[in-house]
Design a protein around this ligand. Structure first.
Ligand SMILES: C[S@@+](CC[C@H](N)C(=O)[O-])C[C@H]1O[C@@H](n2cnc3c(N)ncnc32)[C@H](O)[C@@H]1O
Length: 260
């Protein structure tokens, strides 16, 4: 069982949980409640909320991830395994993928889902907090995070931890919701996402976690701000690509070959 303690997000002792301000030590607990509540219907709701587009975005992210046969890869906040399954196929029998998530219920949902098609032999499940990784320095060729980082209490700490466990030259690939680049698209995306709590209420019997998901997207730093956060954490060659007009963004950074 991972302890739900967390480091300071800033000097104030508070952070945001959606639009709410909460104590730093409270956020992980609140996030756990969200994902405990959504885990059983996570995949179905993902398809509904994204109109299926999350599948294409994830596929595209793995094409851009520089993961090769034989790579050793850590998928963080792996949820029910959309990315880790794609990675498993890509690294092949000589490679390794560690499917990690902080939430027991999400890990359980992943095991149930993946066992239907036989859990790949190159995949290991691990309960792990992105902000406090239990690996030695320079352990991985690549790290991936799909739609996870906006939920972390201290994103800067997680970015530093990931840099530590990446091998020099290793790549961090992140997909996350971002800011649509045109006003009409922003308005359309806002209007559609406002329906998510209603979908949650109808399809899962609980709209509250989906209200948090909508708010958390709004609170996540925009593309340029997040790029600066990656640079400040010490990544080199930091780039981002807007996907679906900026509804999502693909962020990439490399661990420098020589540490400053
Ligand atoms: C929206 S889901 C994304 C799951 C999956 N990567 C996908 O793309 O479908 C976000 C995941 O982040 C996990 N998470 C939240 N905070 C975390 C943390 N500090 N460390 C690791 N995982 C975390 C949650 O448990 C949840 O499974």
């Amino acid at each position: 069982m991972i302890s739900r303690k967390h480091s300071e997000a800033d000097g104030s002792g508070t952070t945001h949980f959606g639009f709410e301000t909460v104590r730093v030590d409270e956020k992980a607990e609140r996030i756990a409640e969200v994902f405990d509540a959504v885990s059983a219907k996570y995949d179905m709701m993902n398809d509904v909320m994204s109109l299926g587009t999350h599948r294409l975005v994830k596929w595209y992210a793995i094409q851009a991830s520089n993961i090769k046969p034989g790579s050793r890869v850590l998928d963080i906040a792996a949820g029910t395994g959309d990315l880790s399954r794609l990675i498993s196929r890509r690294v092949g029998p000589q490679g390794i993928v560690i499917h990690s998530d902080i939430n027991e219920q999400m890990l359980k949902a992943a095991r149930v889902r993946l066992s239907k098609a036989d859990i790949p032999e190159n995949m290991t499940f691990l309960q792990a907090d992105a902000e406090d990784l239990q690996f030695e320095d320079n352990s991985f060729d690549a790290v991936t995070i799909g739609y996870g980082i906006r939920n972390f209490t201290n994103k800067d700490q997680a970015l530093r931890e990931i840099l530590r466990v990446l091998k020099p030259g290793g790549q961090l690939t992140i997909i996350e919701f971002s800011r649509p680049t045109s006003r009409p698209l922003q308005m359309m995306a806002d209007a559609y996402s406002r329906l998510w709590p209603t979908f949650g209420q109808i399809l899962v019997g609980n709209g509250k976690p989906y209200r948090y998901l909508v708010e958390s997207i709004k609170m996540h730093p925009d593309q340029e701000t997040f790029k600066s956060m990656m640079q400040n954490a010490g990544y080199a060659h930091v780039t981002y690509e807007n996907l679906m007009g900026g509804i999502a963004a693909l962020h990439i950074g490399l661990k420098p070959q020589v540490q400053p």
